[in-house]
Design a protein around this ligand. Sequence first.
Ligand code: B3K
Ligand code: ZN
Length: 881
Amino acid sequence: MRTDTGQAFRLEDYRPTDYLIPEVDLSFRLDPDETLATAKLTVERRDGVAAGTPLVLDGDGLTLKELLVDGTPVADAAFEATPDKLTLMAPPEGKRFELTIVTRLTPAKNSTLMGLYVSNGVYTTQCEAEGFRRITYFFDRPDVLSSYRVRIEARKAEAPLLLSNGNPADSGDLDGGWHYAVWNDPFPKPSYLFALVAGDLGSVHDTFTTASGRNVKLGIYVEHGKEPLATYAMDALKRSMRWDEERFGREYDLDVFNIVAVSDFNMGAMENKGLNVFNDKYVLADPETATDVDYANIEAIIAHEYFHNWTGNRITCRDWFQLCLKEGLTVYRDHEFSADQRSRPVKRISEVRTLKALQFPEDQGPLSHPVRPRRYREINNFYTATVYEKGSEVVRMIHTMLGEENFRAGMDLYFDRHDGQAVTIEDFLRCFEEASGKDLDQFALWYHQAGTPNVSVKTQYDADAKEFTLELEQSVPPTPSESRKKALHIPLAFGLVGPNGQDMAYDSVEGADVENSVIQLKERKQTLRFTGVSSRPVLSINRGFSAPIALHHETAKEDRFFLARHDSDLFSRWQALNTLFLESLIDASSRIRGGREPEFDAMLLDYPAEIAADETLEEAYRALALTLPAEADIAREIGENIDPDAVHRAREALRTAIAREAEKSFADVYHALKDEGAFSPDAASAGRRALRNILLDYLVAGAGEPDRAERQFAAATNMTERAAALNVLAHQFPTSEAAGKALADFETRYKGNALVLDKWFMIQATIPGPETVERVRSLMAHPTFSTTNPNRLRSLIGAFANSNQTGFHRADGEGYDLLADTVLQVDGHNPQVAARLAVAFRSWRSMEKARQEKARKALVRISSEEKLSRDVRDIVERTLG
Ligand code: B3K
Ligand code: ZN
């Protein structure tokens, strides 16, 4: 483990290396306990650097076996090798030399899942961000690009399959039951994109012909016997390849593209050049074991990693501060892909829900940082919702401001100008400025300034003058290390909705640039005056969530209802209804806290029956509209002094009230939606199942007894229906016989299927209420629970801490203690995953006083552990503030 040295890396300290490494020749002789890695590096002194300047390479936990310069061993006095650094004091004076480094690795003992490790008998690597330095000494930073030749030797029986980046070049048998393969990657890449996989795996194959007629061999490698579960991923891959050609003009560039699924993986997947490595959760699917959400995630992540081939790999980041350059942009691209493959408004609503659930609390708490951070102690802690999701929103805003044509021209220029380079956000923005002629100076603040901007809205209509006035005011609250904020350039899509639901025309507008129904808000305060507005309009603003802001628009309930029913923008309809739900849930929770009964507006109780049955709306949209804000959403909106038990009771009360009111309509729709045909994972079928499942949740809550969920559980013909029914049973009747029986059935049925058992753990971890802490502790003793498998940890502990408000925030602090215990335990073998878990503490200051104190104690207990990793120390210290 790398213990913390307190060192911080700063953007302004960026400086290029003294040497380049244009070519890398790697050979591996694989053995679980003693792998030899030989790296022959062609080292080239940069122009302007003095001959003999010391060469300093990064390492992490390395053991050096041999060191040669131009084939001759280096004398002991001429170098220094520690586990984390190799210094060659006086390299040859010539321009180029060859450095050979032999390191000894123990992949079977590598529990960090960074560098070279063994998962389920398969050798695999993870190098982003700084894992390559756990394999050999190197300039392990993204601005050093090299072409790689990789030779892998392994015992044929242990690893018949040998893969690396690029194209296959050679292979054959060796003595003693060994064999080898050689791979060549002609495209220069940074070390974080290196990958190797060796093992005994099954596979599915296909081919793809690119737009220019090149043939690419596709392969997906999975555990033997699981090949049929990879067909959906393969289909998603081919669709992604075609889409990138059509939408962005980007073709694939190698002869092969391989994907490997492994079961122990720190995150979702990794975009290594030509050899993507995936968490098997995002590859394997069939109707019996995967839900519709799993299918959608597989499609999105396959696309995301594939799209990195251009945004990330062909054009990479100059340094890790620029992470959003590849991540935000690639998320934007995968969002657009899913929107094109599925339903655009439904996709947009889901994106915004995710942004608000994950990024808003990050930006409003102690871990807030700009989309392009300026400092980090541990880069792995910056693979955040801000870099990814807000990073994507920033790219979306560029698209909104420039329009499709200029946006595409900017992207084309970016690909053209920077192919093969490691670049910065400034380089990226310059392409859009040049392509569109627009000035993005003020807009660039979105990358540099942290915090969720607040925009408040006031409106007024003067019937005599037929004038509509709109007052907009923006402010960004202070965030760690930035107290004063500048005004941002915020694009706000809007419409003045008339009585018939159509947008009204107006004669003129002054007070802001308005183009294509988008207001460009640039000042702290701007007043817009619309003339020639024939009757009082209802303002629909931030349509499609054109800017990632918190909107404060105090308006009459009637107007919100009007928008919920009539706005021409489906996203805004959802937004209006969701705001109505939120406002009434906040009110209900404060009543409950004050010892009063919650009260709900009749309109709010009537409308759901109407939506459920409204056939002009797609089912997936109706399902989203009927989904009440989660407890965490309500808590986030309350913002301070939160009592999660009151929030929980408020939400339950509203759910029951709606269910009772809408019983008949919900039951009719529920029955009419029963899928009779063969399962299809397409968006429309998934939408029907989603609507049916949300209705089940209501119907069971309204009835107050589990029968209907038991029936759905028993009759389910796919995992989407089965898991949803189990969830309803376990969450609404946790101690009932029905829930106990269903949980036991599920466990027996899926014994041995790790991905499905993860669902079983997750459903139980998220059962609301104080008793779940004990349930989670006893599940940690389940024979299949292990803290070394990240998926299992996330499905039990991660789900408990992030998605169980009443459990994790239990008043006596037991939930916090459970998380602290786990973080400390996991930190001993996998700091990256431990740090990720610790992030769940980030909103501790928004709880009521007694809980805050309990959370603070748990955090202090973690931070007082002397041997804490840099990863966890960084998170815990920033969280404590
Ligand atoms: N680039 C990887 C994430 C690497 C995370 C390192 N801690 C997957 C992705 O975003 O596509
Ligand atoms: Zn990515």
